[in-house]
Design a protein around this ligand. Structure first.
Ligand code: 5GP
Length: 206
C-alpha cells in the first residue's frame, strides 16, 4: 500500500507525556490529523464521545472485530482499544498525514500491514522520573501506579522495534524532535515530487 499521506504512530508508557506532546504537535501543524480510536473503557473526567474516543460497548467492539473494521486492536490495561480501518485509509489515500496515539502492540500490528508507517517511541528519561510523573499526575492509586511501572519496563523494551525514539526529558526538546521527524518525512523524494510538482516539472524530473 503506497498512499500519498503519512501515517505516524506514537507509543509510550503511561506517564511519559505522549498525549501532551501529540496535542502540542497537532496545534502547531494544521496538516496533521489525529485518528480517534474506539475503546471499551468508560469515559474519564471531561472526555467526550467522538473527541477523545468512540466509547463502544464490548459487544459492538466484538462485532467490529468480526467484520474486520479494525486496522489494529489490542487489550491494554484490561480494556480493548482499536483503530478503525476506514478512519485512516480514507485520509491517507486523500494525502493527509495522520497521527495514531496507540500502544506498542497496535503500533507493531500497523507496521506489518502498512510498512511505510513511521513508528515513534517516546521514552521517559528514567524510571525514577516516570514514577515521579505518575505520582504528580495524581490520577491513579498506588496500586495502579505500581502496575503501570511494571508495564513500563515491558513497554520500554519494545522501543527497539520502532523507527524513531524521542526522549521526553524536556518537553520543548521532545516536541522539537517530533516536529523534525514529521518534517523529514515530508522532504522525502516521493513526497516532494507530489507536493512540488511544478518545480519537478521545471527541472524535468519525473
Ligand atoms: P487511556 O485509557 O489511558 O486513554 O489509553 C491507554 C493506552 O491505550 C494508551 O497507551 C493508548 O495509547 C492506548 N490506545 C489508545 N487508543 C488505542 C488504539 O486504537 N489501539 C491501541 N492498540 N492502543 C490504543
Amino acid at each position: 500500500m503506497e498512499y500519498p499521506g503519512n501515517l505516524f504512530v506514537v507509543s509510550a508508557p503511561s506517564g511519559t507525556g505522549k498525549s501532551s506532546l501529540v496535542k502540542a504537535l497537532l496545534e502547531l501543524d494544521s496538516h496533521l490529523q489525529v485518528s480517534v480510536s474506539h475503546t471499551t473503557r468508560s469515559p474519564r473526567g471531561q472526555e467526550q464521545h467522538g473527541r477523545e474516543y468512540w466509547f463502544t460497548a464490548m459487544e459492538e467492539f466484538q462485532s467490529m472485530i468480526a467484520r474486520g473494521d479494525f486496522f489494529e486492536y489490542a487489550e491494554v490495561h484490561g480494556n480493548f482499544y482499536g483503530t478503525s480501518r476506514q478512519a485512516i485509509e480514507e485520509r491517507i489515500k486523500g494525502g493527509e498525514d495522520v497521527v495514531l496515539e496507540i500502544d506498542w502492540q497496535g503500533a507493531l500490528q500497523i507496521k506489518k500491514i502498512f510498512p511505510t508507517a513511521i513508528l515513534i517511541f517516546i521514552l521517559p528519561p528514567s524510571y525514577e522520573e516516570l514514577l515521579q510523573r505518575l505520582n504528580r499526575r495524581g490520577e491513579d492509586s498506588a496500586d495502579v501506579i505500581e502496575v503501570r511501572m511494571q508495564n513500563a519496563r515491558i513497554e520500554v523494551a519494545q522501543a527497539q522495534h520502532f523507527d524513531f525514539v524521542v526522549i521526553n526529558a524536556l518537553f520543548e526538546t521532545a516536541l522539537f524532535d517530533l516536529k523534525a521527524i514529521v518534517h523529514a518525512q515530508r522532504l522525502k523524494y516521493a513526497a516532494q515530487r507530489r507536493n512540488k510538482s511544478t518545480v519537478f516539472q521545471a527541472l524535468n524530473l519525473v
